[in-house]
Design a binder for this molecule. Structure first.
Ligand code: HEC
Ligand code: HEC
Ligand code: HEC
Ligand code: HEC
Ligand code: HEC
Length: 175
């Protein structure tokens, strides 16, 4: 095909991709430097999400915990396992673990965990059944349409809309 034909095609794919999730990272499931399992820690051991992701209720980012927090248990639990030794070594060398980011919105979109978490939206509503995941994967499309669908549904709910007013104006999410 000639480049003259390809350019509008590429644009079409881009525009279509924005709404149907084709260009999103849905399903993205990167390998991590240490095979930390949510199924084990958050599922089997029922550890609270916010014990580790302690930024979620008070800031933009939920954050990923520092390795020191892991050693609270792993100084005693399985200290000789190779993956735990990698953890211990990183802390001793004052080096952060280079976790691979799974979810990321483009810079031109604004999202903060704080208001969503304090409004009572469950982590799993947006992140799927993380407590069953051996490796974290992006469960939802996280497109603009996805954000707006929940905002509109909340506003249309006569009970919820009494206390929650999620925005639908452009400037709330793009500023
Ligand atoms: C023991 C600490 C711990 C607990 C408990 C925990 N997490 Fe995590 N979480 C991590 C670590 C470490 C990572 C980074 C490595 C990875 O992705 O597995 C992470 C990554 C994530 C990510 C992906 C972040 C990204 O890069 O986009 C999400 C989403 C997440 N956790 C949600 C949850 C939810 C929901 C729960 C509760 C059901 C939970 N976590 C419980 C430690 C924890
Ligand atoms: C509340 C205690 C606790 C905390 C905090 C904790 N873990 Fe664990 N972790 C455990 C237990 C218990 C096991 C299972 C040990 C076993 O199989 O006997 C485990 C297993 C593991 C294993 C598998 C080890 C192996 O080779 O069998 C890895 C890797 C691991 N944890 C990483 C982490 C990381 C990374 C963090 C911090 C983000 C973390 N853990 C925080 C309790 C904890
Ligand atoms: C309303 C949807 C929504 C809810 C509820 C939500 N998240 Fe997120 N989460 C997102 C989005 C969107 C991103 C990507 C943010 C970005 O790129 O700025 C994200 C990113 C993350 C990350 C990656 C690092 C960061 O903080 O940006 C972690 C970890 C995470 N979420 C954990 C959690 C946990 C734990 C909960 C529950 C306490 C939770 N999330 C609740 C939508 C949500
Ligand atoms: C509730 C939050 C929210 C609102 C309100 C919102 N956007 Fe977005 N928008 C996003 C997010 C998140 C993305 C990035 C993900 C994506 O591309 O779908 C985005 C992406 C975009 C893009 C990039 C192309 C595309 O479609 O993905 C444009 C252009 C855009 N928004 C324009 C607007 C305009 C114009 C309005 C008002 C009519 C608006 N947005 C309202 C969250 C929002
Ligand atoms: C499952 C439902 C749900 C999803 C999905 C969701 N939101 Fe919200 N959003 C809410 C609720 C509920 C509120 C709180 C309204 C209130 O407190 O009055 C809110 C509030 C907001 C606010 C205003 C408060 C603040 O944090 O500044 C913004 C901006 C926002 N959301 C952006 C987004 C973006 C961007 C996305 C997608 C990446 C998204 N939301 C996805 C339910 C949702």
């Amino acid at each position: 095909m000639s480049p003259r034909l390809l350019a509008p095609l590429a644009l079409l794919v881009l525009v279509a991709g924005c709404d149907n999730g084709f260009l999103t990272q849905q399903g993205y499931e990167p390998a991590q430097p240490i095979p930390f399992s949510h199924a084990l820690h958050a599922g089997q051991f029922q550890m609270n999400c916010q014990y580790c992701h302690f930024g979620a209720a008070q800031s933009r980012h939920a954050g990923v915990p520092p390795a020191q927090l892991c050693l609270g248990c792993h100084a005693q639990v399985k200290p000789d396992a190779p993956d735990i030794q990698a953890l211990t070594k990183a802390v001793a060398e004052n080096r952060p673990i280079e976790w691979v980011r799974v979810h990321r919105l483009p810079d031109f979109a604004w999202f903060s965990h704080q208001n969503h978490v304090t409004a009572g939206v469950e982590c799993q509503t947006c992140h799927g059944p993380v407590d069953t995941m051996v490796r974290v994967r992006q469960d939802q499309t996280m497109t603009m349409g996805w954000c707006l669908e929940c905002h509109r549904k909340t506003l249309a709910d006569s009970e919820l809309s009494k206390r929650l007013q999620p925005p639908t104006d452009c400037s709330a999410c793009h500023h």
